[in-house]
Design a protein around this ligand. Structure first.
Ligand code: KG4
Ligand code: ZN
Length: 335
């Protein structure tokens, strides 16, 4: 059978990325141009700045991808692109670029849901992984517990009712002046702290599958304020470790509970927070106790990248799910 070559574009937030894949799971190149340094001084992503930077970057990123994969545009079978969720201006840059490519090359255009992309990163990392399984999607914008019934077929079991887990990491890091993005910094500092030092609240919401992180975030902010008022020393490492433990405990326990109750023996982690070392450790430990196989992608496939979008787009493509030039950006697209 002829190989299928996918070219994919991702620009939903602060990474401009283009990847080229062979048969959906083999990554020939995955170029990611990150804008993190640009947004650091603002303590978060500034949408207008992100859109402008995507425009500046995208041509160079495509050229680098083609050079690295040693592929010519004429060899590409279809174009996959993130059309939501994300920042509308940022999404429109990648989407317009992908549409222009598809139009000029006369190749099919396949729109991809960014959240589906995160899940699909696991197909690249684990060649034998096939649906069905449970996925825990934890990123800067999303926290979802989902049954993956088939490629492209999902049933949401639970989601966050307020802040996303990554957002909570970013916000408490910001409150302590640790920089942006907060997740990796908190993860690192937590290694030197005591996770039992401060008893922060865990929200189990009556043991359903939904999550809530705003109460925990407020508890951390209140703790920091009270310490400052009393002019007491704040042990940042302990705050990071105790906060992280509260997040990781709830995420892991709910994911394991979902797998057991729904009868699955595999959980795949997805999204930026799936980089978190304590989450990986805790859920792997609980997985062992419960005979549940825990999978997660390597760090560079957990955070935003176009390879994961290409993989999700490939499955749409082979299943005949193709879009046309009327495809528009949908900032609040749901899975
Ligand atoms: O998936 P992602 O790159 O972008 C979204 O689609 O949101 O996720 C970014 C999020 C940020 O909130 C970042 O702080 C978090 O992932 N993150 C982490 C770690 N690495 C990235 N959170 C906790 N621990 C980490 N090691
Ligand atoms: Zn993402």
């Amino acid at each position: 059978m002829k190989d299928i070559i996918t070219l994919s574009v991702e620009s939903s937030c602060d990474e401009t990325s283009i990847a080229i894949l062979k048969n959906g799971r083999e990554v020939l190149t995955n170029i990611v141009s990150t804008q993190i340094d640009l947004h650091k001084k603002f303590g978060g992503v500034v949408p207008e700045v992100a859109s402008r930077k995507h425009i500046e970057n995208i041509d160079g990123v495509l050229q680098e991808a083609l050079d690295e994969a040693k592929i010519e545009l004429k060899d590409i079978d279809h174009i996959a692109v993130t059309y939501g969720p994300g920042l509308v201006g940022a999404l429109l840059v990648g989407l317009s670029y992908a549409k222009s490519l598809a139009f000029c090359l006369n190749k099919p255009l396949v729109g991809v849901n960014h959240i589906e992309g995160h899940v699909s990163a696991n197909y690249i990392a684990h060649k034998d992984l096939k649906p069905p399984f449970i996925t825990l999607i934890v990123s800067g914008g999303h926290t979802h517990l989902v049954e993956v019934k088939d490629y492209g077929k999902y049933e949401i079991l639970g989601r966050t009712r307020d802040d996303a887990s990554g957002e909570a990491f970013d916000k408490i890091a910001r409150a302590m002046g640790l920089g942006y993005p907060g997740g990796p910094i908190v993860d690192k500092l937590a290694k030197q702290g005591n996770k039992n030092a401060i008893d922060f609240p865990r929200a189990y919401l009556d043991e359903g599958y939904d999550f809530s992180f705003s109460g925990l975030k407020s508890a951390v902010l209140n703790y920091l304020n009270a310490k400052k008022m009393k002019k007491e020393e704040i042990v940042v490492e302990d705050v990071c470790a105790s906060f992280q433990e509260a997040v990781v405990e709830v995420l892991s326990q709910k994911a394991i509970k979902a797998a057991k109750e729904k009868g699955y023996n595999t959980i795949a982690l997805a999204g930026g927070v799936a980089c978190n070392s304590a989450l990986r450790e805790k859920i792997t430990e609980l997985g062992k106790e419960n005979n549940i196989d825990i999978k997660y992608p390597p760090v560079d496939l957990c955070t935003d990248n176009a390879a994961m979008i290409g993989c999700a787009g490939y499955y749409n493509y082979i299943n005949g799910i193709i879009d046309d030039m009327s495809l528009n950006a949908v900032p609040n697209l749901k899975i």
